[in-house]
Ligand binder design. Structure first.
Ligand code: ZN
Ligand code: MN
Length: 505
């Protein structure tokens, strides 16, 4: 549904009026860590299981059940911190954030308040992650600027509530999933920057294998804080928070609306009060929920069940496995592999596609050709067949095989597409066998030339027209050779032989 009440379609509202105000935006991003098990118990973590099947006394908050730390999740959070240039304090501890709600059966969330795992650091805003149609500043290395972070802490996710008319259902499978909270400094100033921040952060998490960060699946969620103050005023304005916005474009729309709303009210002399509002994306407006909510409302206290962590051994270990960042990957694809910038950006923006590309290269395909096939053909085939790189019958090894038989001149590019379709149906076939089954064979040059000569002799009328300048008719001659030949030769090769025989090349 379009936002009929939002200013995007409201003719009365022209431009953002914020010229007289300084806009300050801070984002709190929750990101589920890609782990096999939960944060404080050995239950399976993950999406898509039957409700309430991955649960135990610990994650159901049964009296007396004790937590056991997930070392891997702590390591991933430290890895995220090292990637983003955070400092890792030598000691980190756990705190209870108390609140009563059916999604949290213990009535507190185990989180971190004053000694989080990562402090400071920053997130690069990549120029290719600004919204479509917005001209991002062009840069040498792709980083427009770095947005400062306050900290990153680790906590557990709450269960998932689904609301129906008159009742709600709760699924505790999600409860206890390791969840990073990445808190930015109030260092963003426009809705476009907020969008680029989220997209860049998501790419870094996916690229490093720390999180799948799929916002549609709730693996990444965003709380937005925004305040306005008159130019020249030092002190920040009253901040408005909008929680759990579930897409990047919705974050951008919410901010555009909210900045305008606050500016209009400030213009009219209405003071803002610190509050939480709900962004209704369908309606295109925010609605006030509650005012004044501070950390002390949660009565945080140190968790008596978990001792503080000495981070040093994990930091030493994780330092050995710091992966490539998206900007480094993109630059490498451009300079070392020789890909056009647009292709490199596509591969950096889609981790599954990148993996398929990398594995196709590992299986022996030349990198440029592999990138071309993956970005153009593979994505088109996947869309056509309603499939994804993960779980489609075509493997990178198959694709490398297909690229190879094209290189060898056994099949043309069009024929290769037929080979691909056959492999899709019969994945047990390797590319050469599939080509063989379709009657595509490497052409015997002598036999093919003889075939061409025979066709030229039989069609002297067409040959005369071609010689007279009607070169379009070469296609007709090629078609005739193709029809007469078995196995099917590469049509490009046939055309080449015809043109050279007629002295046209
Ligand atoms: Zn459990
Ligand atoms: Mn949180």
């Amino acid at each position: 549904m379009l936002c009929t009440k939002g200013f995007l379609l409201n003719p009365k509202i022209k431009n953002m009026p914020a010229a007289d105000y300084l806009v300050t935006i801070g984002l709190e991003v929750h990101c589920q860590i890609r782990t096999a098990t939960k944060m404080f118990c050995s239950c399976r973590a993950g999406f898509g299981y039957d409700p309430n099947t991955n649960v135990c006394p610990t994650c159901l908050g049964m009296p007396g059940a004790l937590p056991v730390l997930n070392e891997y999740a702590i390591g991933r959070t430290i890895l995220a911190g090292l990637l983003l240039g955070c400092s890792i304090p030598p000691i980190s501890k756990w705190d209870r954030k108390n609140y009563f709600y059916p999604d949290m059966p213990k009535n507190y969330q185990t989180s971190q308040l004053d000694l989080p795992l990562c402090i400071g650091g920053s997130v690069p805003l990549y120029e290719w992650n600004f919204p479509a149609g917005v001209a991002a500043p062009q840069t040498e290395a792709g980083v427009v600027r770095r947005v400062r972070l306050d900290h990153i802490h680790l906590e557990e996710d709450a269960a998932k509530l689904t609301h129906f008319a008159g009742y709600s259902l709760v699924d505790y499978n999600r409860g206890g999933t390791p969840l990073m909270e990445i808190v930015s400094a109030p260092d963003l100033h426009t809705p476009d920057e907020a969008y680029a921040y989220l997209k860049s952060l998501q790419q870094i998490m996916v690229c490093a294998g720390i999180s799948n960060a799929d916002m549609e699946k709730g693996e990444m969620r965003c709380d937005v804080n925004v305040s306005l103050r008159p130019k020249g005023q030092e002190e920040l304005g009253e901040k408005i928070e909008m929680k759990n916005i579930n897409s990047m474009s919705a974050v951008r729309r919410a901010l555009i609306y909210e900045i305008r709303r606050q500016a209009e009210e400030l213009d009219a002399g209405i003071r803002q009060e610190q509050s939480t509002r709900r962004w209704d994306d369908a309606l295109g407006e925010s609605i006030v929920m509650r005012t004044k909510e501070n950390a002390h409302d949660y009565r945080y206290h140190t968790c008596p069940d978990l001792i503080p962590i000495h981070t040093d051994p994990l930091v030493q270990k994780v330092r050995q496995e710091i992966p490539e960042l998206p900007d480094a990957r993109r630059n490498r694809l451009i300079t070392e592999v020789g890909l056009p910038a647009a292709d490199a950006t596509t591969l950096v923006g889609d981790a599954d596609l990148y993996d398929f590309f990398r594995q196709t290269v590992d299986a022996g395909a030349p990198a440029r050709r592999a990138a071309n096939w993956v970005i153009n053909t593979l994505t088109a085939v996947l869309t056509e067949k309603g499939s994804t790189t993960v779980g489609c019958p075509l493997t990178p090894r198959h694709l490398a095989g297909i690229i190879d038989i094209v290189e060898q001149g056994i099949v043309s590019t069009n024929q290769a597409r037929e080979v691909l379709d056959l492999i899709w149906e019969q994945p047990e076939l390797e590319a050469p066998a599939a080509a063989d089954k379709l009657g595509f064979k490497k052409t015997d040059a002598g036999a093919l030339e003889a075939q061409v000569d025979a066709v030229l002799a039989e069609n002297s009328d067409i040959v005369d027209l071609v010689r007279a300048g009607n070169t379009k008719l070469i296609n007709a001659l090629t078609g005739k050779v193709m029809k007469e030949s078995n196995p099917k030769p590469n049509p490009k090769l046939v055309t080449q032989i015809i043109t050279s025989r007629l002295g046209l090349s």
